[in-house]
Design a protein. Structure first.
Length: 241
């Protein structure tokens, strides 16, 4: 029996029927448990990060599912969907540079927004890979493999804190992400389907070092790690319902 660290993630799922718990053992294996809201254990997934710290939604048939990047065989580094009630896995995309998954598009739950890292040489290193790198993709979760490519992140991985964690708006028409543009400074950006033409604006930001909003054309606040410039960009993209 493995010794577990304190739970990393405990969340009630979208339907309110389940609680999903991720634990990390002392050997750094991420395992997952699924409980009813009454505390009855339904599932224990012992494979590493299959599914892990991804995101949840309600599938087309009304079932709760977790979508994430698997880190265990037989679908290691594939984007997968896993049902909470029975653990069934659907392979959504082959081996690739998928890094983080978000389904905050709760009003358009048929898509997952995946942040991809890596470099161009990575895309040719393996056969049958998903050839996306340094961009955010929207992937339909019905298993069809349909993809939309709203934004490129231009983010170069330095450490965990420099990784891009993209998150869509509730209706799936905007996505916000961060980028270091190859340097330590972090930029916060927004992409939306606003088709009124290219524009650029600054966003307000508040943290322990600064209060108040950024003025037009002025740099924003600082963090305890590095100078942070918050730039917001508008770009056109649209995904089907």
């Amino acid at each position: 029996m493995k010794t577990l660290k304190p739970a990393r993630s405990n969340k009630a799922r979208p339907s309110g029927r389940y609680v999903f718990c991720v634990n990390t053992s002392l050997d750094e294996t991420d395992t997952a448990y699924v409980f009813t809201i009454d505390g009855v254990q339904l599932q224990h997934w012992t494979e590493h990060h299959r599914s892990g710290r991804g995101d949840m939604t309600i599938d087309a048939d009304g079932g709760d599912v977790c979508v994430s990047i698997s880190k265990a065989d037989p679908d290691k580094y594939h984007i997968i969907k896993r049902r909470l009630d029975n653990g069934a896995v659907t392979d959504l995309a082959p081996y690739g540079n998928g890094q983080h998954a978000s389904m905050r598009n709760i009003n358009r739950p048929s898509w997952v927004f995946v942040t991809c890292d890596g470099t161009f040489p990575d895309t040719g290193e393996y056969r049958d890979t998903t050839s996306f790198y340094q961009e955010v993709i929207a992937l339909r979760i019905d298993g069809s493999g349909e993809v939309r490519r709203p934004v490129q992140t231009h983010d170069v991985k330095y450490d965990y804190w420099s990784e891009t964690h993209a998150s869509p708006s509730p209706d799936g028409t905007q996505v916000i992400w961060s980028s270091n543009w190859g340097v330590l400074a972090v930029q916060l950006q927004i992409s939306s389907p606003d088709c009124r033409g290219p524009s650029r604006r600054r966003s307000g930001h508040q943290n322990t070092h600064s209060s108040g909003s950024c003025r037009e054309g002025m740099p924003c606040s600082t963090s305890d790690r590095a100078l942070v410039t918050l730039d917001c960009f508008l770009a056109a993209f649209r995904i089907p319902g």
